[in-house]
Structures are given as structure tokens and as C-alpha cells.
Write a protein that binds this ligand. Structure first.
Ligand SMILES: NC(=O)c1ccc[n+]([C@@H]2O[C@H](COP(=O)([O-])OP(=O)(O)OC[C@H]3O[C@@H](n4cnc5c(N)ncnc54)[C@H](OP(=O)(O)O)[C@@H]3O)[C@@H](O)[C@H]2O)c1
Length: 237
């Protein structure tokens, strides 16, 4: 039994990888010797050694199929479903368009991207190889607040999908991990990364550390869930 499962030589697909948490994950994984197939809708201005950036819209089955094909060709062993959008308003202001944008990205996107790679992960299992799925949900995948109905509904749902996949994937040796960040300094919900008022929040590198840890534990270990907060954020359970 191995004592670690190094990232060197691994091939990881990361969605929502052009900025924020996703880009932090890409940077951390390539620094540890992994190859990354990275996707977002606009990848025109991003480059990192060790990563190939491809256009990806997780809400489009065609776009997902193309991205998954590239990931399979690269020999992908792990998928990080990170693409997501925020949206905060009282229930009476939620429009059908906004509902669809948030649910399609955060929930359907997770389902489509995973669905596209499950047969590949099953094939790898038949060959005795381990695959890994990491879903970046949120600390609010189990709690809500005023103005949070739509976003937290999407994150509760993404958590449910993650848990169902953990049950299903058990049959084919898929390691499934839910990573649940609290407040992270990114471009989330049309904010600016580096904003002074977010100085004490988690950084994308903190989430990347959690992802790298979950991916690199020994092959017989499954990290089910990682919940992390900046110290300045109140305890959330
Ligand atoms: N920031 C926080 O405080 C926080 C806390 C907990 C959880 N999260 C979760 O962390 C994840 C990443 O968020 P972030 O904070 O890093 O936000 P961000 O800085 O806004 O980055 C979001 C990334 O997702 C991509 N994306 C958005 N829609 C997409 C789509 N349809 N298809 C493919 N890629 C798409 C964006 O690129 P394009 O727009 O070019 O596609 C971008 O690369 C999300 O799932 C979010 O819910 C964030």
C-alpha cells in the first residue's frame, strides 16, 4: 500500500479555471508536477506552464463534450468541478432567467461535466487505476440566510449531487470529495480580487492547498469533505 499518491504525472481537469479559485488550483497543481486541462468560457488571456486552457461552458452539453474529449486524450485521472456563479437577492426579486443562470452553472454544469467523464473513470477502474472527483461547493451548502435563497439552493443541490456521486462512484472506486470554502478573495459575484476589505479572507491558494491534499492522499484513502473558513468569518455550524 502506498503512503502517498503524488501529483507529479497526474492529469487533472479543472473547470472555471481562468481566475479566482480555479486558477489558484491550476497554479498549485502544475507547481507540484501535475498536468492540467483547464476550462472557462473566456480563456483568451490566461496561460500557465503545465496547463492547457480550453474554452468551456459547463452549461452546454456540446462544449462539455469537446472539453471532456480533450481531457480524456490527455489521460485525465481527476476532475475538479469548480465553475460557479453567485447571485444574492430576496426571493421576490429572483427572475426565471437568473434562476436558470445560477442553477444551470452550479448544478447542471456539475452534472454535465461529471457525466461526460464517468465512463472514462469506470474504464480506468476496470484497469485498476484510481480516479478522483472534487466538487467545490461552499460553506453554505448546508446553511442559508436572507438574500441567499438562489445561491444556497444551488449549493445545497450541488452537495446532494456530490453525495449521490459518492454512492454511485463507490462501485467503480471513484474518490469523491466536497470542498466547502467560506469567504474567498476572488472575482466572485462581480467583485474584484485584491479588494482591501477582503484582505483577511481566504485566498485561492488556500482552497488549492485543500484540493492538492485531497488528491494526494494515499490511494486507499478518500477525503469526503473539507470545510474551511478565514479566521475572521464566524463559525458556521
Ligand atoms: N469566492 C468565494 O467566497 C466562494 C466561497 C465558496 C465557494 N465558492 C465557489 O467557488 C467556485 C469558484 O468561484 P470563484 O470565487 O473563484 O469565482 P470567480 O473568481 O468569479 O471565478 C469563476 C470562474 O468560473 C468560470 N465560469 C463561470 N461560468 C462558467 C461556465 N458556464 N462554464 C465554465 N466556466 C465558468 C469563470 O470564467 P468565465 O466567466 O470566463 O467562464 C471563472 O473562471 C464557485 O463554484 C463558487 O460558488 C466561492
Amino acid at each position: 500500500m502506498t503512503s502517498s499518491f503524488p501529483l507529479s504525472g497526474r492529469v487533472v481537469a479543472v473547470t472555471g479555471a481562468s481566475k479566482g479559485i480555479g486558477l489558484g488550483i491550476v497554479e498549485r497543481l502544475v507547481a507540484q508536477g501535475a498536468s492540467v486541462v483547464a476550462g472557462a468560457r473566456d480563456v483568451s488571456n490566461v496561460e500557465r506552464d503545465g496547463a492547457v486552457f480550453l474554452p468551456l461552458d459547463v452549461t452546454s452539453e456540446e462544449s462539455v463534450a469537446e472539453f471532456a474529449q480533450a481531457a480524456r486524450s490527455a489521460g485525465v485521472d481527476s476532475l475538479v468541478n469548480n465553475a460557479g456563479v453567485g447571485s444574492f437577492m430576496p426571493v421576490q426579486q429572483i427572475t426565471i432567467e437568473e434562476y436558470r443562470r445560477v442553477m444551470d452553472t452550479n448544478v447542471l454544469g456539475t452534472i454535465l461535466m461529471t457525466k461526460a467523464l464517468v465512463p472514462h473513470f469506470q474504464y480506468r477502474h476496470a484497469e485498476g487505476r484510481v480516479s478522483h472527483l472534487i466538487n467545490i461547493t461552499s460553506d453554505v451548502s448546508t446553511r442559508t440566510f436572507a438574500g441567499g435563497a438562489l445561491y444556497t439552493a444551488s449549493k445545497y443541490a450541488q452537495r446532494a449531487v456530490t453525495h449521490a456521486l459518492a454512492h454511485e462512484g463507490h462501485a467503480y472506486g471513484l474518490r469523491v470529495t466536497e470542498v466547502r470554502p467560506g469567504m474567498v478573495d476572488t472575482y466572485f459575484n462581480d467583485s474584484q480580487q485584491g479588494d482591501p476589505e477582503k484582505a483577511a479572507w481566504l485566498k485561492p491558494a488556500d482552497i488549492a492547498n485543500a484540493v492538492a491534499y485531497a488528491l494526494s492522499v494515499p490511494e486507499h484513502v478518500r477525503v469526503d469533505e473539507i470545510l474551511l473558513h478565514p479566521v475572521v468569518q464566524d463559525v458556521a455550524y
